[in-house]
Design a protein around this ligand. Structure first.
Ligand code: Z5A
Length: 212
C-alpha cells in the first residue's frame, strides 16, 4: 500500500568485470548505510546456497558441463527464486545492495555468442534496480588484481568480450565509477550516489520491472 511505499528500501546493483571490487564495495556500502541507521542487506548473484545455485556453482568450478542456454536459464531461475523475498524486503524498508544481477546474466551469456535479446527475455518481470553502479576497469588491469582463480570465466580474453557486452547493455542512468582508484576513494563516490538513491526511494519512488 501507499504507506509501505513511502518507506521502501532501494534496490541497488553493482556490476563490473571479475575482480573490479564489487564484493569489497558492496559490503562497505551495507556497513555505511547501517551506520546511518538505514536497514540494509548484502545480496549476491549467483546465490550459491539454493539447489539451483549449487548447479551454477558446479558449472563455474568446471565440475559440470552445461549447454550455454541451459546455464543462462539457471542463472535467471536463481534470480526468480529470490524475487518474492526481494520484493518483501524492499517493501518492508530494507535496502538491498546486490553484487551482480541480470546485467551479468546477459553480458556473460552474450559474450559467448548467445543472442542478446534471447538473453534478456527470461529477465523480463524481475524487479528493476533503482540504481546500477558500474565499477569501471580495463580487463587488463582487473586481471592483474590478485590474480584469477580457476573458475570458468576467469580468463582475460573472455573478460574483454564481457566488457564489450556491458558497453552495449549500459544506459545513461548507470553510474560509472572509476574502479582503478584506491578502495576508499571508490567507496566515497559510491556512498554519495547510494545515499541520494536510498532517500529518493524512501520518498516514494515506485518500484519498476525489467526490462524497460
Ligand atoms: N555470472 C553469469 O555468468 N551470469 C549471471 O547471471 C551472474 C553471474 C549473476 C561468478 O560471479 C561468475 O558468474 C562471474 C559472472 C558469472 N564470473 N566471472 N568472472 P561471482 O560474483 O561469484 O565472482 P566475481 O564477481 O567474479 O567476484 P570476485 O572475483 O570476487 O570479484 P569482485 O567482487 O569484483 O572483487 P573483490 O573480491 O571485491 O576484489 C578483488 C580483489 O581486488 C581483492 O583482492 C580486493 O582486495 C582487491 N581490490 C578491490 N578493490 C580494490 C581497489 N580499489 N584497489 C586495489 N585492490 C582492490
Amino acid at each position: 500500500g501507499a504507506c509501505n511505499n513511502e518507506s521502501r528500501g532501494a534496490l541497488i546493483v553493482l556490476e563490473g568485470l571479475d575482480r573490479c571490487g564489487k564484493t569489497s564495495q558492496s559490503s562497505r556500502l551495507v556497513s555505511y548505510l547501517e551506520g546511518l541507521g538505514h536497514s540494509a542487506e548484502l545480496w549476491r548473484f549467483p546465490d550459491r546456497t539454493t539447489s539451483v545455485g549449487q548447479m551454477i556453482s558446479a558449472y563455474l568450478l568446471n565440475q559440470s558441463e552445461l549447454d550455454d542456454r541451459t546455464i543462462h536459464l539457471l542463472f535467471s531461475a536463481n534470480r526468480w527464486e529470490k524475487r518474492s523475498m526481494m520484493e518483501t524486503k524492499l517493501k518492508a524498508g530494507t535496502t538491498l545492495i546486490v553484487d551482480r544481477y541480470s546485467y551479468s546474466g546477459v553480458a556473460f551469456s552474450s559474450a559467448k555468442g548467445v543472442d542478446l535479446e534471447w538473453c534478456k527475455a527470461p529477465e523480463i518481470g524481475l524487479l528493476a534496480p533503482d540504481l546500477v553502479l558500474y565499477l569501471d576497469m580495463p580487463p587488463e588491469k582487473a586481471s592483474e588484481r590478485g590474480g584469477y582463480g580457476d573458475e570458468r570465466y576467469e580468463h582475460l580474453e573472455f573478460q574483454k568480450k564481457v566488457a564489450q557486452c556491458y558497453q552495449i547493455l549500459c544506459d545513461p542512468s548507470w553510474k560509472m565509477v572509476d574502479a582503478c582508484q584506491p578502495i576508499e576513494d571508490v567507496q566515497k563516490q559510491l556512498q554519495k550516489i547510494v545515499l541520494d538513491n536510498v532517500l529518493a526511494c524512501r520518498k516514494g519512488k515506485p518500484l519498476s520491472l525489467l526490462w524497460s
